[in-house]
Design a binder for this molecule. Structure first.
Ligand SMILES: Cc1cc2nc3c(=O)[nH]c(=O)nc-3n(C[C@H](O)[C@H](O)[C@H](O)COP(=O)(O)OP(=O)(O)OC[C@H]3O[C@@H](n4cnc5c(N)ncnc54)[C@H](O)[C@@H]3O)c2cc1C
Length: 497
């Protein structure tokens, strides 16, 4: 490993930043991290209020081995206690009292669906086998790599077995219809499409690989002590390695000469210098807003596909919710209509679809004795389609009333504390474009070599890491992104990996 003492300034302290800082300090770089929020983590943040502790964004993740790889790469023991979820989640449908528990064991899952999907196990084995082949045929050759140009991407695509080609044209829903008869089974398997920034009716069937990752491959995991432990533990290691963190500092402009950046200036006028810069703010909107690139002007950004915005409620209640599992989806009975409207029309408060995480189920320290803490996430259109969120309290109450009826517990009467983040709050806190929660969507025109690159087009010493650059969004994926950007920096600056 090369011994270097070049200084790297990372703008933003999300997981992509922290993981990159870990890797770069392992290679001897000096790292400084600058963050507009008052504490580290970006969307992977924490809120403490009235004796309750909430994870602000992510509540679980797939591909846990990417965290294992990160710590191994940095030659340190993994400080995180990762718990595998099983059942991975529960799904409540409107008009059906009992939820389905989604187990990883297909025999147990077949029992859940015994009344609605005869022969489920055999059908699921067949569906997941083909989904698994797509995953393994693309993981290394397409996803976990850097591209310098479209030609390289075209060559890489040619190495993927041709048998997957029909799944580029067929929709995920059409693929599910080929395997399953029950509407409920199809809806449950298709929920992953929304994470990608599309609906199962528009998402290509290749993304059935996500069903493989959740049910067959590595499953879903969370962290003992809460998700924010990821940030706390990595930050502790970085501070020990001499990394300096600066909070409440927001970059507003750049100064450059001869194809290189000389420094970034924050909103107070202070100039920040380094040899190399890594941007962890949204890779598309940063290029538009801070670098003034016409290709990323507001008009051009608005034409891109973005993932849904989060409407989140952090609720502390008096009483124990014994019926509720750890991870729960509450769905209505009008799935197709919901999917057709959700990206563009403002939420229909009568029929909200939402996800609920009760982290006090596995981390009792998150809530006072006899209480429960709930994180409620309702995906909503971003601010291009609904700009005014002054109805946030009313929308929260509608969701809480719906959930209270469905679980038989009055959440409003037992409410001890409540905080709401609407899309405008998410945009304000972390500079998420129009409040989009997961960043740029993952349609085929916005992935791999078609996604904003992790190396700047003009400046030799500027790189990107995080949800809107390669390979994409989600915790394990930005950890992969930290490896890709590190490879670029080492290659460009003549260091061996
Ligand atoms: C509600 C919600 C739930 C989610 N749930 C899950 C989940 O369960 N599982 C999962 O895997 N993923 C989930 N995600 C996605 C996951 O959180 C993201 O993909 C990941 O955290 C993105 O990390 P990042 O490296 O892009 O950094 P970010 O989290 O985007 O952090 C970037 C940082 O840069 C800072 N910044 C921006 N602009 C500037 C500037 N000009 N100057 C200084 N600092 C700046 C921001 O304040 C922020 O702290 C969820 C996201 C949301 C919003």
């Amino acid at each position: 490993m090369a011994s270097v003492s070049k200084k790297v300034l990372i703008i933003g302290s999300g997981l992509g930043s922290l993981a990159t800082a870990l890797r770069l300090t392992t290679h001897g770089y000096q790292v400084e991290i600058l963050e507009k929020h008052h504490q580290a983590g970006g969307r992977l943040n924490q809120l403490k209020k009235d004796g309750f502790t909430f994870d602000v964004g992510p509540s679980f993740f797939s591909m846990s081995y990417e965290f294992t790889e990160l710590f191994k790469y940095c030659k340190i023991p993994n400080p995180l206690q990762m718990n595998e979820l099983n059942p991975v989640y529960s799904v409540y449908f409107a008009g059906k009292k009992e939820p389905y528990s989604i187990y990883k064991e297909l025999d147990k899952l077949a029992q859940e669906f015994a009344d609605i999907e005869p022969d489920f196990k055999a059908k699921a084995e067949k569906y997941l086998k083909s989904a698994g082949e797509i995953f393994h045929d693309t993981e290394h050759v397409i996803i976990k790599r850097n591209y310098d140009n479209l030609f390289q991407y075209a060559v890489a695509l040619m190495t993927v077995p041709k048998k997957h080609a029909p799944k580029l044209i067929r929709s995920m829903w059409a693929e599910l219809e080929r395997h399953f008869d029950s509407e409920h089974v199809k809806v449950i398997f298709s929920l992953v499409a929304f994470f990608l920034g599309s609906t199962p009716f528009d998402t290509p069937a290749v993304y059935s690989l996500l069903n493989y990752t959740e049910l067959k491959h590595d499953g879903y995991w969370n962290i003992k002590g809460g998700m924010y432990k990821i940030v706390e533990e990595i930050q502790k290691i970085l501070i020990n390695r001499g990394v300096k963190f600066h909070f409440n500092a927001e970059i507003a402009s750049v100064s450059e000469a001869n194809g290189k950046i000389n420094g970034f200036t924050d909103t107070t006028g202070k100039v920040w210098n380094a040899d190399i810069y890594v941007c962890n703010a949204d890779a598309a909107s940063f290029r538009g807003k801070i670098l003034n690139r016409t290709k990323f002007s507001e008009a051009k950004l608005d034409k891109k596909h973005w993932t849904l915005a989060p409407f989140t409620i952090y609720l502390g209640v008096k009483g124990k919710l014994d019926n509720l599992h750890h991870h729960n989806y509450f769905l209505g009975s009008n799935f197709k209509q919901y999917a057709d409207n959700i990206f563009k029309l403002s939420v229909n408060p009568e029929k909200p679809y939402y996800y609920v995480n009760a982290s006090s189920k596995s981390n009792p320290d998150c809530a006072p004795e006899g209480c429960e803490n709930l994180f409620i996430l309702c995906p909503v259109p971003d601010r291009r389609y609904k700009n005014d969120w002054s109805d946030r309290e009313a929308l929260a109450d509608t969701i809480l009333k719906d959930m209270s009826e469905r679980i038989g517990f009055d959440l409003i009467a037992n409410r001890v504390t409540q905080t709401i983040y609407a899309p405008d709050d998410w945009e304000g806190m972390f500079n998420l474009y129009r409040g989009s929660g997961l960043g740029l969507a993952h349609g085929l025109s916005q992935v791999a070599a078609m996604r904003p690159k992790n190396k700047d087009e003009e400046f030799d010493n500027l790189y990107y890491v995080g949800a809107s650059t390669v390979p994409g969004t989600g915790l394990p994926i930005v950890v992969i992104g930290s490896k890709l950007v590190t490879e670029r920096i080492l290659k460009d600056h003549n260091n061996s990996i």
